[in-house]
Design a protein around this ligand. Structure first.
Ligand code: ADP
Length: 310
């Protein structure tokens, strides 16, 4: 009988096929034993392949479960982040609205024809402060979206880290006084290297603002040191410290080790952005801390631009 084309599509082993001589008892005993041994081997090989397949399937099932859990965690984190971000973005808006409303009311209904200059200046200063807070939050969000898309452009130039640290520390003078922290900067000699000014300022700003925020009103110590090939920046505070299990996590996106109720104004992005910048500059950042005994962040940067650094 002719075989149709579509019947050629599959070929299978016939595992139970026995030659006619075996069935009819015409084969020698040796041939029969050989046949049986061969059969056994084939069966064992089939079993082995089945076990292998089963193990691969189990691995695949485990991997799928892991991926599913990962995506659920990512969705959970995104939802939490949206609620934290909207809360944080809204926080400066209330005082901003109140300042502007107060000013309008005074202009509309005040006794005097002209509102005293210092009252206007104070209201506008208050509004500007809230706007600055909003800008910081929005900038952080923009940075994260740039980093996620790998679009962090760096402008390389020769810089003095000592000068950058001194400048940023000066900007923090008022905030440090408000937090009751003495800001001690130990950076005497120039430490020159090839970096990106704005990004470097951002690294110092993030570390200093955290040290003041979590520094419990105790001194904050900053040092800049030069090694032949590298620059080392250390920011040390004597504040609340970090539990060992959070030490690595805090560098993650949206990760915080404190409750938003006690320490506001944070999206948990500062250290994530800081590490990304430091790594883009070819360096590294690490933290040492004991709960209740402060935290020390150490940034090491190569002074020459590394070939593969963005
Ligand atoms: P944010 O300060 O906005 O929450 P960061 O990414 O800058 O976000 O920091 C992440 C978390 O790391 C903080 O929420 C805090 O729990 C912890 N942290 C950062 N710096 C310090 C510090 N100097 N001392 C204690 N905890 C810190």
């Amino acid at each position: 009988m002719a075989v149709r084309d579509d019947e050629w599509s599959e070929v299978h082993d016939n595992l139970i096929y026995e030659w006619p001589e075996l069935v009819l008892g015409e084969a020698s005993a040796r041939r029969r034993v050989e046949w049986m041994v061969a059969q056994l081997k084939r069966e064992r090989e089939t079993d082995r392949k089945l076990v292998e397949l089963g193990m691969k399937l189990a691995e695949q099932v485990e991997e799928n479960a892991r991926l599913y859990e990962e995506s659920r965690a990512a969705v959970r984190m995104r939802d939490e982040f949206l609620s934290v971000a909207s809360h944080e973005l809204k926080t400066p808006l209330t005082p901003l609205r109140l300042k502007l409303q107060g000013l309008r009311r005074e202009v509309e209904t005040g006794e005097a024809e002209v509102v005293p200059r210092e009252r206007v200046v104070r209201a506008v200063q208050g509004a500007e402060q809230q706007l600055r807070k909003l800008t910081v939050l929005v900038d952080a969000l923009l940075d994260v979206s740039r980093l996620t898309q790998g679009r962090l452009a760096l402008t390389w130039e020769d810089l003095d880290l000592t000068e950058v640290v001194r400048e940023v520390a000066e900007r923090f003078a008022q905030q440090a006084a408000k937090a009751g922290c003495a800001l001690e900067v130990e950076a005497e000699r120039p430490v020159v290297g090839r970096w990106d000014r704005l990004r470097l300022e951002q690294v110092v700003t993030n570390l200093l603002s955290n040290a003041l925020k979590y520094g419990a009103g105790r001194p904050v110590h900053v040092t800049v040191e030069a090694e032949p090939e590298r620059a080392v920046l250390v920011v040390h505070d004597e504040g609340i410290g970090i539990e060992p299990e959070h030490l690595e996590r805090i560098f993650g996106k949206f990760e915080r080790a404190v409750s938003g109720r006690h320490y506001d104004g944070g999206l948990g992005l500062g250290l994530y952005i800081t590490r990304q910048i430091v790594q883009a500059l070819g360096g590294d950042i690490e933290v040492r801390s004991e709960p209740g005994r402060g935290a020390t962040f150490r940034v090491v940067l190569p002074r020459q631009r590394e070939v593969d650094a963005g």
